[in-house]
Design a binder for this molecule. Structure first.
Ligand code: JFZ
Length: 311
């Protein structure tokens, strides 16, 4: 029996990474902070046309992205896996897709398959790797309109495109611990099709409930949320460092490290003691570096985890 994956259930604490073209904007458009909405959704909240937004790829050169040091950071924090944004709502692929040029290899001066390098670093470091994959796409022509909660089912073209992309992700990046489908509105046939595709190629890969229509291997709670009764399915709480954004926000007021450490340890305890997986997010800068505040918070949490394991 492949599911639920016992490894997934045992993992308890994991790193979420939101990294993409939006990280270059850092929550700023035309010199002004964009104060509405998550910064990873700046294309929508600042009303930027996709072609114009996509020009940012010409300057996307995350030379300070260092997958081995990110894996070390996750391990020091006591995390057992990393879940990475393969494609967010903006439609930009952080991996080498054969089905669109709108990807990190073909469209940026960086020109390397950053997701593959992260997957390999996870393998070297002995932690699991999974992906976030958006079922909203603001770049794919047949998938309009721009919305962060599109209520229309996927168009046949968009669905076919997603199938091809999920297939390449399931084929080229080693064994995946989970796929975090997000935010689409699918027909039952579409949910079933994607669910069966993942199961066929990677039967151990846990599938998030956001695929819809009860095709679910684990269910996702919001920050600080957890079920107050046994729900009978594996579950996860995803949390950002600050509620307002998952992607990098240059003008974020971060305050002191210690109160944030305490807040996140409290969440970790609540989630893990109730049997869930805690997925804590970082949002690296456009140059690929980890925000110092976030690094410090993770290292402090790691100290607590270690002292707790020894006790
Ligand atoms: C979605 C995305 O729209 C968002 O940009 C980010 O990627 C986040 C991780 O996922 O937004 C969500 C998803 C789930 C919840 C809240 C926002 N939730 O379960 O409370």
């Amino acid at each position: 029996q492949e599911k639920p994956s016992q490894e997934w259930l045992d993992r308890k604490f994991s790193m979420f990474i939101h990294f993409g073209l939006y990280s270059v904007y850092g929550g700023v458009y035309e010199g002004e902070p964009v104060t509405r909405g998550y910064s990873e959704q700046i294309q929508s909240f600042a009303g930027i046309f996709s072609d114009w937004y996509g020009n940012t790829a010409n300057e996307f050169d995350p030379v300070n992205w260092d997958p081995d040091s990110i894996v070390s950071l996750a391990k020091e924090a006591g995390m057992g896996s990393i879940v990475f944004t393969s494609k967010h709502h903006d439609g930009f692929c952080m991996y080498h897709s054969a089905h669109t040029d709108y990807n990190i290899v073909d469209a940026t001066p960086y020109g390397r398959d950053l997701m593959k390098e992260l997957a390999e670093a996870c393998e070297r470091g002995g932690i699991a790797f999974g992906v976030y994959f958006s079922l909203i796409d603001w770049h794919f022509p047949q998938a309009y309109p721009i919305s962060s909660h599109n209520a229309d089912p996927l168009t046949p073209e968009h669905y076919a495109f997603n199938l091809k992309q999920v297939e390449e992700i399931m084929t080229n990046y080693g064994p995946l611990s989970e796929i975090w489908f997000d935010m689409g509105s699918l027909t039952p046939e579409q949910s079933k099709g994607l669910y069966e595709l993942v199961n066929r190629l990677q039967p151990q890969c846990m599938i998030s409930g956001r695929l819809g229509n009860d095709y679910v291997d684990f269910s996702v709670m919001g920050d600080n949320e957890y079920p107050d009764y046994q729900i009978g399915v594996p579950w996860q709480t995803a949390a950002s460092m600050f509620d307002e954004t998952w992607g990098y926000r240059s003008w974020q007021e971060r305050g002191e490290v210690q109160p944030k450490v305490r807040e996140k340890i409290e969440s970790l305890i609540k989630v893990v003691s109730r049997g869930g997986n805690f997925l804590l997010n970082i949002g690296p800068k456009g140059d690929g570096s980890v925000v110092e505040f976030e690094r410090e918070v993770l290292l402090e949490i790691g100290k607590w985890v270690r002292s707790n394991n020894e006790a």
